[in-house]
Design a protein around this ligand. Structure first.
Ligand code: COA
Length: 376
């Protein structure tokens, strides 16, 4: 048995940003247009007028200030309201593989590793571009990695479930150096015309290198233990199969083919599940909450994270103890907790403990207990 460790991390951030004000201006232009086009039916009571959105609501309900996206022109076009993602030829890298390559290279550099050192690639994400060949295998080839690769999807918990899969294989010796990469193009699946959720998501890609602690080239985080749980719920659901670039027009467009959620129910049902999950994980690991230096939580909603932090720690979290990145990135599905980890972990010292925790559709919850080590 070998001790698995996270030895490097990387984040690819798209160049284009949409602020809340830009988003709301486009949404409200769409609403005005819709209400004008359907004025007679609204007047007759056959359909309901759409209500405008507001930046103040978005910030106070979620803590989100902006989001990064792969294409903002399509999203902000009131006549379109979804990204323009160029259909690529089969002989060029797919959009997810391209984002993944950037994040993987950063993670490999941090771990002082080459692509050829890698013998497992797990592409773990909520939103996959195609059914097959696996995106992970395309990434494996672009990296010059050996071994094998596969895709997996546990929605917002894809990263932590991927970490558990990779860590278990490193521990058992079936692989030596793994990459868990999470390219999330949430903008392709978000219903930008739905006021209740149009502000929620952004795009990003994260990557983690997971290998034997004894192979680490510099400072690293041992993966002390992992814990995954699922429980079926329809409260977060998307019936579409793969990344959609075109939308059938008008009445044939099915709302269930994009992201949908019952946000209030998710809030109420997921919070106790996550708090209990973390408590059980720490209990099993023989770690007290007051021994945790940091919580890197899933980034869906600031109020939700504040609540979980208070519940787990039994007090108000100190500034920096539970870093949020959702104000800049919005919800980036499985990548959120890993962005927080990647950007807010370098300052920890030898022996410091922290917990990565994701939660979301499924329902699913995954947690990873890590310990910082200065060097091998
Ligand atoms: N602009 C202005 N007002 C809006 C609005 C918008 N964009 N969207 C909704 N509202 C209004 C609603 O109409 C409602 O008005 P009412 O009280 O007069 O009926 C009010 O604001 C509250 O709406 P609600 O949907 O209950 O808001 P909320 O406080 O629950 O916040 C979420 C919405 C989505 C931010 C929140 O529920 C959430 O984050 N839930 C957790 C979701 C989660 O973790 N999902 C995981 C996804 S992977």
């Amino acid at each position: 048995m070998y001790q698995p460790a996270i030895t490097g991390s990387g984040v690819f951030t798209p160049e284009q940003v949409i602020t809340n004000d830009e988003l709301v201006a486009a949404f409200n232009a769409y609403v005005s247009r819709y209400n004008a086009e359907n004025a007679a039916a609204i007047e007759a009571g056959d359909i309901e007028a759409k209500a405008p959105s507001s930046s103040d609501f978005i910030y106070s309900a979620s803590g989100i200030e902006q989001r990064y996206v792969m294409d903002k022109t399509g999203v902000l076009d009131p006549g379109r309201m979804f990204p323009k993602l160029r259909q690529r030829n089969d002989d060029e890298p797919g959009i997810m593989a391209e984002m993944a390559l950037d994040a993987c290279r950063t993670a490999l550099k941090a771990a002082q590793r080459q692509g050829s050192d890698v013998d497992l690639v797990i592409c773990a994400a909520s939103n996959h571009e195609r059914a097959y060949p696996a995106i992970a295998i395309e990434i494996q080839q672009l990296l010059g990695a050996g071994g094998f690769a596969f895709d997996m999807n546990v929605a917002c918990s894809s990263a932590t479930f991927g970490i558990q899969a990779a860590a278990d294989m490193v521990r058992a010796g079936s692989v030596r150096c793994a990459i868990v990469v999470c390219p999330e193009i949430c903008s392709g699946h978000l219903e930008w015309r739905d006021r209740d959720c149009h502000f929620i998501f952004g795009d990003v890609c994260t990557a983690l290198v997971i290998e034997r602690a004894e192979d680490a080239q510099g400072a690293y985080f041992t993966i002390r233990s992992t814990r995954c749980a699922t429980q079926f719920s329809n409260n977060i659901r998307n019936n579409n199969g793969f990344l959609r670039r075109t939308r059938p027009d008008g009445t044939s467009d099915r709302r269930d083919m994009q992201f949908m959620q019952n946000g209030r129910k998710v809030f109420k049902e997921v919070l106790p599940m996550v708090s209990a999950h973390i408590g059980d994980h720490l209990g099993e690991a023989g770690v007290r909450a007051d021994q945790l230096r940091r919580l890197w939580l899933h980034q869906a909603n600031k109020t939700m994270n504040d609540f979980i932090g208070r519940k787990v720690l039994g007090r108000e979290p100190e500034p920096g103890e539970q870093p949020n990145i959702l104000q800049d990135y919005a919800n980036t599905s499985s990548a959120g907790s890993i962005i927080a980890f990647s950007k807010h972990s370098d300052d920890l010292g030898d022996g410091d403990l922290g917990l990565i925790c994701s939660f979301g559709a499924g329902y699913s919850v995954g947690s990873v207990l890590v310990e910082r080590k200065d060097s091998a």
